[in-house]
Design a protein around this ligand. Structure first.
Ligand SMILES: C[S@@+](CC[C@H](N)C(=O)[O-])C[C@H]1O[C@@H](n2cnc3c(N)ncnc32)[C@H](O)[C@@H]1O
Length: 308
């Protein structure tokens, strides 16, 4: 057991009510340095009881069964060791849908919903009525590609990832959302494994963009439990953009567009990297915090063709 908390410390012999186990878990999490200690205790107990967090407020006196206590105690130990809630409950909401999450994939982030909004804004009515080919490079859980396929009923998708384990998670999410018939997954290094005749209408990517130094300062939840290869983009965080930029023009249809996520303060630097490879920036899209989070770009000689 990590961080000095054992499941046997959490499961005592006295009858344990909802109120007591939430209080004890809250204290355990606070000692472990978790800012959201009480919320996390409630979420995990709601998960164990199968009721959701809200329902447990109404039943503070409910006594947990032995099985519930044991299951909750194990989750408390793992959370106290700073494993993310998403991995403990095995899922995360993204754009209103639930995606399975494991230690093999990056947990979908709310910031990445900016990318979905940007794609849907560029497509307008085409989203519902046009056959589209969508490519997601570095697909992870598949949250970006699967969301776009769900929103664009005539679209087909290709998801690439270098991690076979991540692709298994993405495939499972595709089946769960009944989108597996419209999607192909390819294990490969960025666009290298895509056929020469590729011509995608929409290319999306949320590549690893954290610098080595930044990564070392991230929370234990990220550093200990999320895949490093999904997060770190070399010494300055821009390595994946340098590798991707020369490959995108080859796979992008003449009238197609790229929507790519960037880290804080990276937008202008990434725009220069894209421009050097013949991609013209059409827009910088801010996330809810006002950070330039997403870049929309197209072939330089096709400026003005977006939304036609
Ligand atoms: C930041 S995560 C994004 C995951 C998902 N698209 C999302 O937005 O939540 C980056 C993804 O790129 C993948 N990746 C890293 N290097 C790669 C490479 N050379 N070729 C293809 N995929 C790569 C990682 O395995 C990871 O799944």
């Amino acid at each position: 057991m990590t961080m000095g908390v054992a499941a046997t410390d959490v499961v005592g012999s006295l009858p344990q009510t909802v109120a007591i186990v939430v209080r004890d878990a809250t204290n355990t999490f606070a000692v472990a340095g978790i800012d959201t200690a009480r919320l996390d205790a409630q979420v995990l107990l709601g998960f164990v009881l199968g009721t959701g967090r809200e329902v447990i407020f109404g039943y503070p006196e409910r006594v947990l069964t032995q099985a519930e206590r044991s299951k909750f105690a194990l989750l408390v130990v793992r959370r106290a060791a700073r494993q993310p809630i998403s991995q403990l409950v095995g899922q995360k909401e993204f754009w209103g849908r639930s995606f399975a999450v494991t230690e093999d994939v990056l947990t979908p982030r709310p910031d990445s919903e900016t990318l979905i909004a940007a794609v849907l804004d560029q497509l307008g009515e085409k989203c519902r009525h046009q056959k589209l080919e969508i490519l997601d490079v570095g697909t992870g859980t598949g949250c970006l590609l699967l969301t776009l396929l769900a929103e664009c009923p005539l679209a087909r998708g290709t998801g690439v990832d270098i991690s076979a384990a991540a692709l298994e998670v993405a495939k499972s999410n595709a089946r769960e959302l009944a989108l597996d018939k419209r999607i192909e997954f390819i294990e490969g290094h960025w666009c290298a494994s895509l056929p020469a005749e590729s011509a995608f209408d929409v290319v999306v990517s949320n590549p690893p963009y954290i610098s080595e130094q930044e990564w070392r300062g991230l929370s234990p939840e990220v550093v200990r439990y999320e895949p490093r290869a999904a997060l770190v983009g070399g010494a300055d965080g821009l390595e994946a953009y340098r590798l991707l930029a020369p490959q995108i023009p080859r796979v992008l249809a003449p009238q197609g567009f790229l929507v790519i996520e960037v880290g804080v303060g990276q937008a202008r630097g990434v725009a220069r990297i894209l421009a050097a490879k013949g991609l013209e920036v059409q827009a910088f899209c801010p996330d809810l915090a006002g950070v330039e989070r997403v870049i929309v770009a197209s072939h330089r000689d096709k400026i003005g063709n977006l939304k036609k």
